[in-house]
Write a protein that binds this ligand. Structure first.
Ligand SMILES: [Zn+2]
Length: 484
């Protein structure tokens, strides 16, 4: 016979004055204590036997909780919050794909619950925060491809059947440097810290949700399109890489329901109102005296204004995608039926997957913006999305001078019609990466070795022309200088 709980609360907690008649199960401390006591006495758990079908997973195997900045320390709108990372995270933190690797700082152990909840402004917190943002970014893009032909692991650029090396994360990898980078040759992400001029407090780029996800975006795209990061591509290809970093920060915010809710409240559901979503790297921007973060995705820059300057070019692409997001959100929102935050979360997820699939479908070398736009138009048609999706993509990229529309923008885009590129890179145009992040300025992506090879070859030719042909005179075996 099943035993039911009938123990009066007053018997368990005689000191407490509780309602004599009605039993109200609110989760107050006395009630929780009562439940605990009655469960211990009257509701012992059924012993599990080897015959049970479901094994009991250890606590940590269900996932782990982390405490992290949801934007950065300067964005009070959302602050620091706990987040849940599904999957196994071990001391470090580390998992199969990502490893904390800062020399001089001991790996952070999980607490008794398998969680990584530490105090802000400590190396332990920075290690956990940085790991968590990289993990969330990779998971987000893995989910975007889940179920597709491409599979989901999303390898790092160096991964192969014989090399499954994870990416290493260095939160303090660039002391006194106002920058951060992804390095393919070092298989790592490194983050700088600095004291802004005229200020006392150090700014840590690893504490920025936007900067960490931006650099992780470079790493994810490099795993998919290894040629695109090389500087001998046309300027628009560089712009795609840099833009993908900024859009990764935006998509990662939109992938988190608490951030969607904060954005809706902050903007009253108008994404063109000022919001931390469009402001990229707020604390870094403040250090430079900018009120809109390091970059602002809600901009009006066009291709002809950007020229060959890759950072400005990236803003054109980012701005167009941001405008499309705002258009689709305005189109799909219906507060009488669904919560705005839920719609924003869904639109962010769709647009993120759409962009990622369009990038994967684009050429392996030297893609221009129009290549990606035409794949986006094709994919929304294949996804059977309403015509307004195609119109928004065509219109926003037409206004940015990326494509030419064969019809006025108030007419519908006809499915299957490809669009010509409007402003193209000039033949032989060279990327100007100076205003980009640290990744885009790393020598390893510039193929500089041939400059050294050229100089060595010129030296050899000069030697030959000046009587220094052949092998140098051999040293005598006793080590004394050769005869003059
Ligand atoms: Zn970048």
């Amino acid at each position: 016979m099943e035993h039911t709980v009938s123990l009066p609360v007053a018997e368990v907690l005689p000191e407490r004055a509780l309602p004599p008649v009605s039993f109200i199960p609110t989760p107050s401390a006395p009630y929780r204590q009562h439940r605990k006591a009655s469960q211990l006495v009257f509701e012992p758990g059924r012993p599990r036997s080897a015959l049970d079908a479901e094994p009991v997973p250890p606590t940590y195997a269900n996932g782990t909780r982390v405490l992290m900045w949801k934007q950065d320390p300067s964005v009070g709108e959302i602050g620091a919050r706990k987040a849940f990372l599904p999957g196994i995270v071990l001391d470090g933190p580390r998992d199969a794909r990502i490893v904390f690797g800062q020399p001089g700082i001991s790996p952070v152990p999980p607490n008794a619950f398998g969680d990584f909840v530490t105090m802000p402004d400590t190396p332990q917190f920075d290690a956990v925060h940085t790991f968590a943002v990289v993990r969330q970014t990779l998971t987000m893009y893995q989910r975007a491809l889940a179920g597709g032909d491409s599979g989901t692991p999303l390898p790092w650029q160096w991964n192969s059947s014989v090399d499954t090396t994870p990416i290493e994360v260095f939160p303090y990898g660039l002391p006194n440097i106002m920058n951060a980078f992804y390095s393919r040759s070092q298989c790592c992400l490194k983050f700088g810290d600095f004291i802004p001029t005229g200020q006392n407090e150090r700014v840590y780029t690893c504490r920025s949700f936007d900067i960490v996800s931006h650099e992780t975006g470079h790493a994810v795209l490099d795993g998919l399109k290894p040629d695109w990061l090389l500087a001998d591509n046309p300027p628009q290809t560089g712009g795609l890489h840099e833009s993908f970093g900024d859009l990764t920060a935006i998509f990662l915010s939109l992938s988190q329901l608490d951030q969607c809710e904060a954005i809706v409240a902050q903007t009253k559901a108008n994404l063109h109102d000022k919001t931390f979503l469009a402001d990229i790297a707020e604390q870094f921007g403040l250090a430079l005296g900018r009120s809109n973060g390091l970059r602002n995705a809600d901009n009006d820059i066009t291709l002809s204004q950007a020229g060959t300057e890759v950072h400005a070019l990236s803003q054109v692409f980012t701005g167009a995608i941001y405008d499309i997001l705002a258009d689709l959100f305005a189109l799909e929102r219906d507060p009488a039926v669904r919560d705005d935050a839920a719609v924003l979360h869904e639109m962010g997820g769709y647009l993120r997957g759409l962009l990622l699939r369009a990038l994967i479908a684009s050429p392996e070398h030297a893609p221009g913006y129009a290549d990606v736009v035409n794949h986006m138009l094709r994919l929304v048609t294949e996804d059977a999305r309403p015509v307004q999706y195609r119109n928004a993509i065509r219109n926003r990229f037409t206004v940015r001078e990326v494509v030419l529309s064969p019809v006025p923008l108030d007419q519908d885009h006809v499915a299957g019609v490809g669009l010509e590129a409007a402003v193209r890179d000039a033949p032989g145009a060279v990327q100007d990466r100076r205003a980009c992040c640290g990744t885009m300025n790393l020598a390893e992506y510039f193929a500089l070795d041939h400059f050294i090879d050229d100089e060595l070859q010129a030296l050899a030719q000069w030697c030959a022309a000046h009587g220094r042909s052949g092998a140098p005179p051999a040293l005598p075996s006793d080590g004394s200088p050769p005869p003059a």
